[in-house]
Design a protein around this ligand. Structure first.
Ligand code: PGA
Length: 266
């Protein structure tokens, strides 16, 4: 590749910018519908077309929030998890087909809270990724290391292994449909954000790792979001990093104004 061609290619990279709000287990049904309406109204009035906003609601909100986001063209719907099974005797679980039937288009998979409290393994997550893609939805695949791993200096090896075990069986076409969310566990809900340099370093490492497996052009198409105490005041610096393509927002997504301010930070 000659230098000029490389520069041109760099300018042509058009990764999707995504800001996703992960409500976690917050908001009853009426509160959730009110929040979704408020977000959609502000987004429609104030946000540029080049940012995709996703609301990751509890399961029970999905079908009604679908009606609120329908037609906005900028706000999309996501579940926070699915079962690794297609259907059957799994009391209390929710299948990908059920999620799809609500109108949701994304599914968060492998959030560290699911990994920690429900022992979700990389192998189980590989099955959930497959089910999500097979049903035409977009996985938002979460990865990230604990503080202990960060302090031991092994964070890149740890996170790249999460990708290897849950994603690297995918074809080139499939991997390009996955959104990755890097969420260092020590930054989630702690108020301790990764610095923009720490985020950029990890995102670059992940993109290089994806390029090693799938080639640079494929890696350049994959949106990598940052998550962990992202707020209106730190989002602009995080999103200015070349390999940070948006955010997965927890606490700050529960207030419409804060959440949309983050989406406007690009
Ligand atoms: P936080 O959560 O923004 O509250 O740190 C992020 C997440 O867990 O997705």
């Amino acid at each position: 590749m000659n230098y000029l061609w490389g520069e041109t290619r760099k300018n042509q990279i058009m990764r999707k910018k995504i800001v996703a709000g992960n409500w976690k287990m917050n908001k009853n049904l009426s509160e959730g519908l009110a929040l979704a309406s408020e977000v959609v109204n502000i987004v429609n009035d104030e946000l540029n077309d080049d940012v995709t906003v996703v609301l990751c609601t509890p399961f029970i909100h999905l079908s009604q929030v679908a009606k609120i986001v329908e037609g906005s063209g900028k706000v999309f719907l996501s579940a926070q998890n699915i079962s690794e099974h297609e259907s059957g005797a799994y009391t209390g679980d929710i299948s990908i087909e059920m999620v799809k039937s609500t109108g949701a288009e994304y599914v968060v998979l492998g959030h560290s809270e699911r990994r920690e409290y429900h022992n979700e393994s990389n192998a189980q997550l590989a099955k959930k990724v497959d089910l999500t893609l097979a049903n035409g939805l977009t996985p938002i695949f979460c990865c990230g290391e604990s503080l202990e791993i960060r302090e031991s200096g092994k964070e890149v090896a740890y996170v790249t292994n999460q990708l290897t075990e849950s994603l690297f069986h995918l074809t080139e076409d499939e991997i390009q449909k996955v959104v990755i969310a890097y969420e260092p566990i020590w930054a989630i809900g702690t108020g301790r954000t990764a610095s923009s340099q720490q985020a950029q370093d990890m995102h670059k490492s992940l993109r290089d790792f994806l390029a090693g497996q799938y080639g640079q052009e494929v890696a350049d198409e994959i949106s990598i979001l940052y998550g962990g105490s992202a707020k209106p005041d730190n989002a602009p610096e995080l999103f200015a990093q070349p390999d940070v393509d948006g955010g997965l927002i927890g606490g700050a997504s529960l207030k419409a104004r804060d959440f949309v301010s983050i989406a406007k930070s690009f």
